[in-house]
Design a protein around this ligand. Structure first.
Ligand code: ACO
Length: 174
């Protein structure tokens, strides 16, 4: 995997990532995707607890820019997973959801969902780093494939990440 920009870390979503820091939080980051709605901190906590209770199924990661830390500057030697979450600002996010099938001898399929990079941070390869990390998680947990749905506009991005067109997405909205 290639490197993130200096001072940026990639790590699992944390319970404190809904706190607004430098006008950004996990939920604000998701607003580049679609309507997020108004979610109370309690509702966020409850959903986070559910994800943790199903931690072999939901893998949500974020990229945090530690350069904007309001407390202490980032430790140069800090490695991504050792960094204390909550000192910088969230600039990207993504999820891989692991589905357990009967077919393919109880095969596992990874579904990539809700990839978001803050508008002012796009084009720095952060999206690519998120996808690579989710693909690596899918591979490590034993998925035989990792799939996703996207708009036509995002096809070149996912092709750069190693995905190819397969099938047709269909939807039914209630
Ligand atoms: N068209 C053509 N090429 C693109 C596009 C595009 N729309 N987007 C990115 N690329 C290219 C980049 O130029 C770069 O190419 P290079 O290696 O030749 O320089 C490569 O793809 C990697 O791009 P990143 O810098 O990693 O892209 P970024 O960090 O901006 O993230 C993303 C891309 C996630 C699509 C971001 O623009 C975003 O958040 N958009 C709004 C929300 C969104 O559409 N999310 C995806 C929804 S689909 C889903 O969630 C499954």
């Amino acid at each position: 995997q290639e490197k993130l920009p200096s001072g940026y870390v990639i790590r699992p979503l944390s319970r404190t990532d809904n706190q607004i820091r430098s006008n950004t939080s996990f939920l604000k980051t998701l607003q580049v995707l679609t309507t997020v709605g108004s979610i109370s901190d309690q509702a966020f906590q409850d959903r986070f607890t559910y994800l943790k209770q199903h931690s072999d199924q939901y893998y949500t990661i974020v990229i945090e820019d530690m350069n904007v830390s309001s407390t202490s500057p980032p430790t140069p030697s800090a490695t991504p997973l050792l960094v204390t979450p909550g000192r910088g600002k969230i600039v990207g996010a993504g999820t891989v959801l692991v589905e357990r099938k009967f077919i393919h001898e109880l095969g596992l399929v990874g579904h990539i969902e809700d990839i978001a990079v803050s508008a002012d941070q796009q084009g720095k390869k952060l999206g690519q780093r998120i996808i690579e990390t989710l693909m690596a998680i899918g591979e490590q947990v034993g998925c035989y494939k990792v799939i996703l749905d996207c708009s036509e506009k995002n096809v070149p991005f996912y092709e750069k990440c190693g995905f190819e067109r397969k099938g047709v997405e269909m939807g039914w909205y209630v």
